[in-house]
Every structure is written in structure tokens, then in C-alpha cells.
Design a protein around this ligand. Structure first.
Ligand code: ATP
Length: 237
């Protein structure tokens, strides 16, 4: 468990809009240093919008997002990245015409403490084998590993991961789970959007349940195991 009980991310009354359409209706949750928190909930509940709002990439947002005591709600995306938050989007955003090595070195190193190329290739040996391959030639699993590796170079120690398991074979999901657990062991703080409960329960300290753009419950891994039916109701499965 994390040694520091103080939250490093505090989200309060967060509301967000895409044009006229309201996606978040007052999200409240926090994340402590070294914790791995999942956002779970059915499709359209507002999980991705929460990550996008933290990064400042929704149309409009109000409320409060405090990171290490600093208010982010009026900051621009590049300033939020500079504060030390990294975002790995669901669509992975790999540049198809660039090689693995080029994709990996694209984001700037923003602060000390980032993983070196050597560390990254050790952590993701598949990427080393494929380092000269174009982004368009990669499998879904390789793209996901590259999307994660790329943000670890930046030096950010707080990372937002959107459904890294989506569309991947179980054996690849397991590899990605191992890497995520390793990051946690190295002290990274992680917010993970995840629909795959088996995966989520393996890695998380806490599960925040999102429904209609609000937090409706917070579950420990024990709650999740003890009352799977309740959780399945939340997820609509
Ligand atoms: N770019 C967009 N423009 C307009 N509305 C959007 C946009 N993206 C999401 N929404 C709407 O915002 C709400 C929350 O969507 P969001 O993608 O955050 O949910 P989610 O919980 O991440 O679901 P999923 O797992 O399907 O991505 C939904 O009603 C969705 O239709």
C-alpha cells in the first residue's frame, strides 16, 4: 500500500461538455501517491471523458482538479503535461509512417526520472525486436506497448491509461498487466480505465465506479471479489 495517505490528485465537482452535450455531471474522487485506481462503469458512463478532462482535452470543463496541490482546471493541455501527468489514449495514437524507435522518441522528456530507451526495450522486448518496423506494421498489442513506453520516457510519474487491454488476446493482456504492475512497484501512480474486470482486479488498489458522469461507488479489490454480481450490474454485463 502507498506510504503517503495524502491524495496527489483531487477531483471535485468536475463537469465537462462536448459542445452543448454534457458528459460529466460532478465527478468526485482522489488518488494517492503510488496508488493504482481504476475507473469502471458501462459504455458511455464518462470514464474516458474523465481522463480527457484531467488532461484538458474536452470542449469545456468546470470544477476542480488539484494535482500536487496545484489547480489544473484553467491550465492548457501542454501545461498539464509539464506538471507531470501523462496520458495514453484508448486509440493509442501511434504514427503509422514512423518506426517504433521514432514513435518512442517523439514526446519530449519533460522532467528527470523518465525511463531510458534501454530500460524501455528491456521492459518491452517485443518493441526492441520491432524497433525499425513502421507503426502501421505493428500488432494491436505492440501498438499498446509502444503507446505506454512512449509516455514513460517523459519523466511523468502519474499516468492515465485508457483501456490498455481493449481488443487484445489474453496472453498479451497478461504481458501488459505484468508491465503495469512493474510500474506500480517502481512508484508510478496510475489511473486506469478498464472494462475487463479480470484484468482490473489483478492490478488495482481501488475501483471507482462511474455512472452517468458521476462517481456512484468506490470498491476495494475485496469488495469486487465478494460481490461480483453488484459490480456486473454497474457494468451492465
Ligand atoms: N467527442 C465527443 N463528442 C460528443 N459527445 C461525446 C464525445 N465523446 C464522448 N461523448 C459522450 O460523452 C459521454 C461519456 O462518454 P465517454 O466516452 O467518456 O464514456 P466511457 O465511460 O469512456 O465509455 P466507453 O467505454 O464507451 O468509451 C457519452 O454520452 C458519450 O456519448
Amino acid at each position: 500500500m502507498p506510504s503517503d495517505p495524502q491524495p496527489i490528485l483531487k477531483v471535485e465537482n468536475l463537469e465537462a461538455w462536448y459542445g452543448e452535450s454534457k458528459a460529466l455531471h460532478g465527478m468526485n474522487f482522489d488518488v494517492r501517491e503510488g496508488e493504482l485506481v481504476t475507473l469502471i462503469g458501462r459504455n458511455g458512463a464518462g470514464k474516458t471523458s474523465t481522463l480527457r478532462s484531467i488532461m484538458g482535452i474536452v470542449g469545456n470543463r468546470t470544477g476542480s482538479i488539484q494535482f500536487r496541490g496545484k489547480e489544473l482546471i484553467r491550465k492548457r493541455t501542454y501545461q498539464i503535461a509539464q506538471e507531470g501527468i501523462a496520458y495514453c489514449p484508448e486509440e493509442r495514437a501511434i504514427f503509422a509512417s514512423l518506426s517504433v524507435a521514432e514513435n518512442m522518441t517523439l514526446p519530449p522528456v519533460l522532467r528527470p526520472g523518465g525511463l531510458s530507451d534501454k530500460d524501455l526495450f528491456e521492459a518491452f522486448p517485443n518493441l526492441h525486436a520491432r524497433r525499425k518496423s513502421g507503426g502501421s506494421k505493428l500488432s494491436g498489442g505492440e501498438q499498446q506497448m509502444l503507446a505506454i513506453a512512449r509516455i514513460l520516457r517523459t519523466g511523468s510519474r502519474f499516468i492515465l491509461l485508457d483501456e490498455p487491454s481493449e481488443g487484445l488476446a489474453p496472453v498479451i493482456v497478461k504481458q501488459i498487466g505484468t508491465q503495469i504492475l512493474r510500474l506500480k512497484e517502481q512508484g508510478f501512480t496510475i489511473v486506469l480505465v478498464e472494462q475487463n474486470l479480470q484484468f482490473a482486479r489483478l492490478v488495482a488498489d481501488r475501483h471507482v465506479v462511474v455512472e452517468n458522469g458521476q462517481v456512484v461507488d468506490t470498491l476495494t479489490p475485496e469488495d469486487l471479489s465478494a460481490d461480483l454480481d453488484r459490480v456486473k450490474t454497474y457494468l451492465g454485463v
